[in-house]
Design a binder for this molecule. Sequence first.
Ligand SMILES: Nc1ncnc2c1ncn2[C@@H]1O[C@H](COP(=O)(O)OP(=O)(O)OP(=O)(O)O)[C@@H](O)[C@H]1O
Length: 290
Amino acid sequence: MSLPNFSKKNVGRWKWLFMNIFEANQACKQIDGIMILKEVSLSISKGEKVAITGNNGSGKSSLLKLIGGIYEETAGKVKRFQNNIGYVPEHFPESIRFKLQDYLILMGKMTNKSDEEMFKRIANYAELFSITEFLTTPLNHCSKGTKQKAGIIQALLKNPDLLLLDEPLTGLDDKAKIELTNQLSLLSGDKTIIFTAHEPLLIERIANRVLTVESGRIVSDSTVKGNKEKFICIRAKIPAREIIEDIPSIKYKVIGMNSVEIIVSTKESDKVLAILLNRGCSILELTEKR
Ligand SMILES: Nc1ncnc2c1ncn2[C@@H]1O[C@H](COP(=O)(O)OP(=O)(O)OP(=O)(O)O)[C@@H](O)[C@H]1O
């Protein structure tokens, strides 16, 4: 992206880049006489990736709900400047008997997109999250990881500017945690993402700001330095499909008879390129994913 021209005349045009999507001044939330959020003063800008961390019961989910407008403040002032919000709750409703695909179609119908566009987006997200094979499985027979991914996809179908995720890795096994972290990190782009988490994995890979909550108060607000991981898409000609099956990629897609698109982190890319060349593949194209 080329740098914007910040002349006085142009400031208005670039204002959206620095827009706050949430502002709170001494906001409190009280439920049943208990103060669960205390004097929250916070502003969040468009595009930030914010992790909310803290012990069990400290108020992480409540803060996420306050940001998303699910909880209204009972004292103090809150301004929300975002109305297209995707919210992924901590627990997926267990009793849904729909097939995964039917559930996503139902959720997608709540958006204003045409059916054709919605089906395309469901197929694309299912592929990104590697759950295409489960689209016709009833949700109550799906694994926790697949349900979690369905929860994220239903939120993404709204094409939200702000994605709120409540403990997206909770209850997943290590493999599913890594996979979901990779997938979230791939799609993060310009979206504002705010998530609650205990695990360092998601925080280190996605967040550029970390809020710590203790007894309903924000006790620390720190910026994470350093570059977030980048990804590379390798397009290669392969002699046989089997040779790519054990390659340490984030995901791969076979295109036609003898081509493949492989997404890897930049850290892994040299290793993967060396393996491909050793196995007789020709590299057709390398592109940065974000
Ligand atoms: N709707 C509610 N009614 C009553 N108390 C609530 C409600 N929601 C949250 N609380 C209380 O507020 C406190 C903070 O809860 P919250 O779920 O925000 O914590 P958390 O940090 O997300 O916890 P965990 O890590 O266990 O998910 C807890 O003591 C909880 O019992």
